[in-house]
Design a protein around this ligand. Structure first.
Ligand code: Q9C
Ligand code: ZN
Length: 578
């Protein structure tokens, strides 16, 4: 008899039996000389510590890891791959290990890798088995290395064995468990290529992945994650990809995809169990993902899935590289599993226009297989896209003589309009570099604001962090939390104009400038804050919720200097903010 069946539940335990699995042995997989790497042992430690200090693990059945048996791993991987991962940590491989890793795509290996890989796969099997048997209602396996990129004969993308695929095959093959249809939801920001391939022709497994794709340029950088990849043979229609065209997707985008694709299909598919490839690298603040799902967003996504498979849900950790983000996201999910907080409501934001477009093409592609997708999405909904902003910044010179408007337009407006505020910030480095910070922390700028930022307490949330009033938005603040060194109110004899037709973040007219030309009646009140260029970048990042890739500044002086005649001095003297 299993321990969890006999354990009498104390009153502090949840009414729901929720399993949580953590094992320190999975921390022994790390880079050979412990060089920094985003996929490092502190990821699972951070989550585990958070769940303990929040009192969550105390309300759960705590399980420890078990190594997977080869026969289960072999249901997904080839023999040579299994042999390699089993032996890679042995001494015979000491001299070859690094060379082997370097030939693989985004993989490191050390003496702890074999054991961790077996434990990660075995742990997902373990919790899945207990949920299938009804010993647990649901469970979260805090495992690493992650799994969803691992293919039949190939480790890649930080993944050695495909943990979720292995557990899925285990459930289907253990006939007495009575699990015949499984829904895999892969909300890791990357495409679950390995899982997709495993079940490509298998109608017992509905694989759903939502991921940054950018037309095949985002990792794993090929067409596998395209929406046209729907499965084959008997599996046709049982593979659903939702490929983002850009980063910066957040709660509103994910919820729209849930409401208009995943949830209707889940209803029709009616799974016996749900496995979630629960990477948290689409979370706000993730250095690789560049998306902005909040813990509240994850809670909603999970809550909506609990209405299926009689709540039999297993979460297995995949990616997620910001320790605070993944811990908070995991905590939010555990609270949902424990059913202790009601999560309802909607988000402040609307989905991107591109999100509605993707939803429509996915529905079109799959409607032959899922009748619930056949109807057009109401135009009323689609017209609700990322809102028109109430504000924004970026001013040029305040006391220009306006004698050479043409030149000013060329030299001020053009460089400003090339700011990367609205661009896709592709993450080039594995970990966010912070080297720009020290340079920019020594440079003061005047940040001229209008609209809500003129109200100091409101603006300070972007510096000090906190909850912006009237919005469900939690600001992280700047890394430099010093208050503005000076605050100035000024009236400028100019008018504001929108420098672009639209930006993806703010919608129409997203970025405003002071018009360099001055007409008699023109007047604008602005509040100027003297802050550092580092702080300014942090403000920009938060206001354009979008780019949480902090590996490079959105704005530095090169943007201006390169273009020639707007020099540093001029920027300082003219009290120009940016
Ligand atoms: N220039 C998971 O989240 N990035 N894996 C490679 C190459 C690899 C992510 C970038 C990202 C793998 C489980
Ligand atoms: Zn990922």
């Amino acid at each position: 008899m299993e321990a969890v069946e006999t354990a009498s539940r104390s009153t502090s335990r949840s009414l729901r039996r929720v399993g949580i699995l953590y094992d320190e042995r999975m921390c022994r997989h790390h880079t050979p000389d412990d060089e920094p790497h985003p996929e490092n042992p502190n990821r699972i430690r951070a989550i585990w510590n958070k769940l303990q200090s929040a009192g969550i693990s105390q309300r759960c059945e705590v399980l420890s890891a078990k190594e997977a048996e080869d026969k289960y791993i072999l249901s997904v991987h080839g023999k040579s791959h299994v042999d390699l991962i089993r032996n890679i940590s042995s001494q015979q491989y000491n001299s070859r290990r690094n060379r082997i890793a370097s030939k693989l795509n985004s993989i490191y290996l050390n003496e702890g890798s074999s054991e961790a890989a077996y434990l990660a796969a075995g742990s997902v099997i373990e919790v899945a088995k207990r949920v299938a048997k009804g010993e647990l209602d649901s469970a979260f396996a805090i495992v690493r290395p992650p799994g969803h990129h691992a293919e039949h004969d190939e480790a890649m993308g930080f993944c050695l064995f495909n943990n979720v695929a292995i557990a899925t095959n285990f459930l289907l093959n253990e006939k007495e468990l009575g699990i015949n249809k499984i829904l895999i939801v892969d909300w890791d920001v990357h495409h679950g290529n390995g899982t997709q391939k495993t079940f490509w022709k298998d109608p017992r497994v509905l694989f759903f992945s939502v991921h940054r794709h950018e037309f095949g340029s985002f990792y794993p950088s090929n067409d596998d994650g395209d929406y046209t990849m729907i499965g084959e043979g008997p599996g046709a229609g049982y593979n659903i990809n939702v490929p983002w065209e850009n980063g910066r997707c957040g709660d509103a985008d994910y919820l729209a995809v849930w409401d208009h694709i995943l949830i209707p299909v889940a209803k029709q598919f009616n799974p016996d169990m749900i496995l979630i490839s629960a990477g948290f690298d689409a979370a706000v603040g993730d250095p690789l993902g560049g998306c902005c799902v909040t813990p509240y967003g994850y809670a909603m996504l999970l809550r909506k899935l609990m209405d299926f498979a009689r709540g039999k849900i297993v979460l297995a950790l995949e990616g997620g590289y910001n320790l605070a983000s993944i811990s908070n996201s995991a905590l939010a999910c555990m609270e949902v599993l424990l059913d202790e907080k009601i999560v309802t409501g909607s988000t402040e934001a609307y989905p991107f226009e591109s999100t509605w477009r993707v939803i429509q093409v996915v529905r079109q592609e799959l409607k032959a297989f899922w009748s619930v997708l056949a109807d057009e999405v109401p135009t009323k909904l689609i017209s609700q896209k990322a809102p028109i902003p109430v504000k924004k910044i970026l001013i040029s010179s305040c006391d220009s003589e306006a004698e050479d408007v043409e030149e000013l337009l060329q030299e001020v407006i053009r460089p400003l309009s090339t700011l990367r505020v609205d661009e896709d910030c592709r993450v080039l480095a594995e970990s966010a570099s912070v080297s720009w910070r020290s340079d920019l922390s020594n440079i003061d700028i005047w940040y001229a604001t209008f609209g809500s930022n003129m109200w100091k307490p409101r603006f300070l949330f972007y510096i000090e962090g906190g909850q912006v009033d009237g919005m469900q938005k939690l600001c992280s603040g700047s890394m430099d939390k010093r208050p503005p060194k000076e605050i100035l109110w000024k009236i400028f004899p100019h008018r504001l104009f929108f420098g672009r037709e639209s930006t993806r973040t703010w919608g129409l007219g997203g970025v405003a400038f002071l018009h360099p030309e001055s007409k008699n009646e023109d007047i604008v009140h602005m509040c100027l804050y003297r802050i550092t260029l580092e702080q300014f970048n942090d403000v920009l990042h938060q206001e354009n919720i979008s780019s949480y890739d902090m590996s490079s500044p959105l704005f530095d002086l090169d943007c201006v200097k390169e273009k020639g005649s707007i020099n540093l001095e001029a920027v300082k003297l003219s009290h120009s903010g940016l």
